[in-house]
Design a protein around this ligand. Structure first.
Ligand code: BMA
Length: 318
């Protein structure tokens, strides 16, 4: 239980933040919003968003044997914007999410490509986080917060993303036979209204986590206040063979900015995970999150506890 009487689903690592710009082998302003994956040899890889003093971002890989400390950071940027070939990356690349796709034997990275046209969703794939194959922009602006499911659903790849229209910022899923041509767009999760914590915007945070009971979604909800935006995390569960069907959604947020490093930084009151890893026990979740758009932090949870919480606090989505 927290001091406020709410259950604690994600326990902060006592030595947070785990990575900051001061750890970087080359000049960096901030390091945050990292994608995460466990490589074949058991190493945890974080693909970190690094912002420079122009305000533009690129990605840099950090590797650790235990996923907690002893991070070895690439000496140079790992994936940089290529505005010559990809004008949609003129103002940088942001907020990656990694999915290992067994069928392709490749990691698929969905990220935000930012340019004067707005933020859109781009895709690149890799086997080694050294060489990348770019697919370019797959969802036009304004769209971000995207991640691929690890396998096809009814013969098609499924990409979750968050387009913004005049009618709101809701989470959608789209389908493709080849990762290039996308269609059959369906809304997955709607932002609420009014005083709700997830009233103004929702977006996928890490890629969906496969559980025996469905796809577990950690999503961020944004509430606009007189002082700025509050970024917090909620839980929802979707049907395994049809992720357009929301089985349960929690009413309350389960994680939000509380500590000094989450509340103070370039953009205070932001806790923004772009990656989780699952431990060998099949239950322990390591959640890596950007804190206040400034540094990277770690919190640990349990898949079973998240599902049990949804059973008590979740309702079928309307
Ligand atoms: C979102 C994204 C994130 C960022 C957050 C808070 O729209 O751009 O990269 O962490 O805003 O600034």
């Amino acid at each position: 239980m927290s001091a406020h009487g709410y259950p604690v689903l994600f326990e902060r690592y006592a030595k947070n933040p785990i990575l900051t710009a001061a750890d970087w082998p080359y000049p960096a302003h901030t390091v945050f919003n990292a994608a995460a994956t466990v490589l074949r040899d058991g190493t945890t890889l974080l693909l970190c968003r690094v912002e420079d003093r122009r305000g533009h971002s690129h990605f840099c890989a950090a590797r650790s044997v235990n996923g907690v400390d002893g991070w070895v950071i690439d000496e140079k940027p790992t994936l940089v914007p290529q505005p010559g070939l990809h004008p949609e990356e003129l103002w940088g690349i942001e907020d990656p999410r990694i999915t290992w796709v067994e069928e392709l034997q490749r990691y698929v990275i969905a990220y935000t490509a930012f340019s004067p046209g707005g933020p859109g969703v781009a895709v690149a794939t890799t086997t080694d986080f050294k060489q990348f194959e770019r697919y370019g922009l797959v969802m036009q602006p304004d769209d971000k917060d995207a991640a691929l499911l690890p396998r096809r659903i009814d013969g098609n790849f499924a990409l979750i993303h968050r387009p913004v229209t005049d009618l709101g910022a809701h989470i959608w899923v789209s389908f493709s036979p080849d990762l290039r041509n996308w269609g059959n767009h369906k809304m997955m999760l709607k932002a609420r209204k009014g005083s709700w914590w997830d009233a103004n915007k929702v977006g996928l945070s890490p890629p969906l986590i496969e559980t025996p009971r469905g796809w577990l979604m950690l999503y961020h909800g944004v509430r606009h206040t007189a002082a700025g935006s509050l970024y917090r995390l909620g839980l929802a569960l979707f049907k395994l063979d049809d992720p357009t069907v929301c089985l349960l959604r929690g009413d309350e947020w389960v994680f939000g900015p509380e500590t000094d490093y989450e509340r103070n930084g370039d953009v205070g009151y932001v806790a923004f995970p772009c990656g989780t890893t699952l431990a060998k026990d099949g239950d322990t979740i390591h959640m890596y999150y950007g804190a206040a758009d400034t540094c990277l932090a770690l919190a640990t949870g349990s898949m079973k506890a998240c599902l049990a919480w949804l059973d008590v606090n979740g309702k079928p989505c309307p």
